[in-house]
Ligand binder design. Structure first.
Ligand code: ACO
Length: 378
């Protein structure tokens, strides 16, 4: 096997939706710097950019917003199925089940290889995944799910569907910035999974189900929840240094939310989310979680081990603080990641459609020359 494995450095596709420049800490969506989009754009605008390759005009943006809102409603049968699931079911596992089941209610589910039809599925699933996340958070707490409103953009609708109350602007803004930042990211593990499934000629929902499975892992999207659990475990600002010494310097653990396969400089999304997390902490008057995260990051930045390996906070590190500050349960963090990344998955699935089967090779390291032996002689 070449290198350290994990397909490091292997180029598997041409991609037009995003460029991750890991050496310089830059992220570009279809030509636009992520900082520019985070400061000025909306999630629907970014969806348009990723799906159609350009920013929308005002009427195009409103059309896309209203189509996503219109299609965001879940079939009654899906709500009934969700109510039948065990209340303690892990939210990403529920989302995986729901997206798989939604295929049965999509009239176009088995129309394969048609990019215009796939675009409709992308629009539908973008709304439906958000509704499913909010609905599951209510159902598991014994509340009735709330249907999406037709007049709201997706981030506002999510906040609305969690509580049924008029969404607060600061909360919606925080969710929308998060949604913009997480929407797309080169050939990450879940996007690659979606492309592999699509490369076999399989259907759109199967590709997204596969992607959700990959995102769920703690080395990928699951890290935002693990990062927050680690901050909660640290508990107080004065515990940061002893925790670092015991668990990282003298222990076997990794700091969750730090390190990245591609970024060997600061992840630009982490910088934006750090600023956001700090501003939100100051506004709320509770600096504790921000300071725990920030002090731990500073310890790592000054440590030779982290310096040598070019390990910096990734997007999951400070996003954990942002999502915790808006009051989300920790196990809902990764579903929020999926709510956003469906935009990038869809762009990649559509780009992959009609492409060649993705089928890498393997280096056989097993035995050779063995002869079959009757069972009673083994
Ligand atoms: N804490 C401590 N050490 C680390 C960390 C960390 N968070 N991350 C990597 N390292 C070390 C490894 O031990 C290894 O050291 P070695 O060379 O002495 O063996 C070296 O840095 C390289 O690590 P790899 O695991 O080979 O790097 P890889 O590119 O395969 O993994 C990954 C990247 C999975 C993100 C890793 O940095 C990690 O586990 N981070 C914590 C989990 C996390 O935050 N995941 C989210 C990633 S971003 C995203 O998906 C949205």
């Amino acid at each position: 096997m070449s290198g350290k494995g994990g397909l490091e450095g292997v180029v598997v596709a041409d991609i037009s939706s995003s460029l991750v420049d890991g050496e310089n800490g830059r992220l570009i969506y279809a030509g636009y710097e992520i900082e520019d989009l985070a400061a000025n754009s909306t999630f629907e605008e970014v969806c348009h950019l990723l799906w159609y390759g350009r920013l929308p005009k005002a009427d195009e943006l409103e059309l896309l917003r209203s189509r996503i809102a219109h299609d965001a409603k879940l079939p009654d049968e899906i709500i009934a199925m969700m109510k039948a699931l065990p209340k303690q079911a892990e939210p990403m596992a529920v989302l995986r089940t729901v997206v798989s089941a939604l295929a049965h209610y999509d009239p176009d589910a088995e129309i394969l290889g048609n990019k215009a039809v796939a675009m409709h599925k992308a629009i539908r699933l973008t709304g439906q995944i958000t509704t499913a996340c909010a609905a599951w958070d209510r159902i598991r707490k014994g509340h009735e799910p709330i249907a999406p409103r037709q007049d709201l953009a997706l981030s506002a609708n999510f906040v609305y569907m969690l509580s049924g109350e008029e969404p607060k602007k600061e909360t919606v803004d925080a969710v929308d910035v998060y949604m913009i930042l997480l929407a797309e990211h080169g050939m990450n593990a879940s996007t690659f999974t979606a492309r592999v499934v699509t490369g076999t000629g399989s259907d759109f929902h199967s590709a997204i189900v596969g992607a959700i499975g990959a995102l769920k892992g703690p080395a990928h999207g699951g890290a935002n929840a693990e990062a927050m659990r680690q901050f909660v475990e640290i508990g107080e600002v004065e515990n940061v240094e002893p925790w670092f010494t015991k668990n990282i310097k003298n222990g076997e653990r990794r700091i969750m939310g730090i390190g990245h396969r591609i970024y060997k400089a600061l992840d630009p999304r982490a910088q934006i989310l750090r600023d956001k997390a700090k501003a939100m902490a100051e506004a709320s008057g509770n600096m504790k979680w921000f300071l725990i995260a920030d002090n731990l990051a500073q310890l790592a930045r000054a440590d030779q081990y982290f310096i040598e390996r070019k390990l910096y906070p990734n997007v999951d590190y400070y996003s954990a603080i942002v999502l915790y500050t808006i009051g989300l349960d920790i196990d809902m963090f990764t579903p929020l990641f999926a709510m956003s990344r469906i935009a990038g998955w869809s762009a990649n699935v559509i780009e992959q459609m009609g492409g060649r089967l993705i089928r890498p090779d393997a280096n056989y390291v097993g035995p050779m020359g063995l002869k079959w032996v009757p069972i009673n002689e083994r």
